[in-house]
Design a protein around this ligand. Sequence first.
Ligand code: F6P
Length: 319
Amino acid sequence: MKKIGILTSGGDCSGMNACIRAAVRTAIRMNMEVVGFRKGYLGLMKGDCIPLDTKAVSGILHRGGTFLQSARSEEFRTPEGQKKAMEILANLKIDGLVVIGGDGSLKGAQALHRLGMPVIGVPASIDNDIPYTDMALGVDSALNNIIYAVDCIKDTASSHARAFVIEVMGRNSGYLASIAAIASGAEYALVPERETDLAEICQQLRARYEEGRDNAIIILAEGAGHGDEIAATIKDAIGFETRVTVLGHYQRGGAPTVFDRLLASRFGKNAVEFLANGQRGVMVGLSCNSVLSTPIDDVVKGEKRPQDEVLRLAEVLGI
Ligand code: F6P
């Protein structure tokens, strides 16, 4: 393999830069030429790429986001668009591609693989909803951002005797909300994987209030309801002054944690080694602290990552 391409696609996350850097450094060690496509599949559709060498990826390990940028491309979703992408890759004499992104990006990788392109996927999404990896890139950094914010909000919640509904991202996954609630000592996590009995929660909050606990933190996964409605229900039911904080895109940025820097480095290195060793159409993933490969076909058709163990932990801890 002489020349490879790298792209980052879908929602950005901390650790993408560190992963690009590791992939580039590994490829250069193997005497491969590397190019980076700008703005994900959108850049690929235009052949918009830049050469990547050690200098091009210096000073980015600790930076959030992706210096290659990310975007969504409607054209690439079509069979014609995917054929066009293959032609562009052939014209650029690219023998292998590393795709760093979430479930949509991996579907794109699968399409190119089926058309004959040697592709390796790297799971990167704060939602942690990608099957066949214990952790996706960016999850740990997002969680640390969330915990910092929740700790801050707890201070003001206790000063003013208020309840806070704090909405976190995750699309249809409650992973961020569950872990954030466990790790921050929140009262409740409302997640899409579990039905919410708001009346029961209000009753418990009322009981706590009567015992003298006059503040509460409820972590709401964005896929599990509307913060304003939940806050209004709590206020009406128990008279607790309630505020809503939507953490939004703050969660996705910032310097990656040590965990994500290491995971990114391992994923980037292994992705290139897998390509060089002849693996095709697989995704790198973390399983029991080893980096393994799984066919992207299985990843794409796999059930969403089950959150059973995390939900059970939250339940046992009374969250
Ligand atoms: O998939 C990552 C994610 O951050 C989700 O948690 C969130 O719902 C979505 O992306 C937000 O997308 P956008 O950045 O396009 O608003």
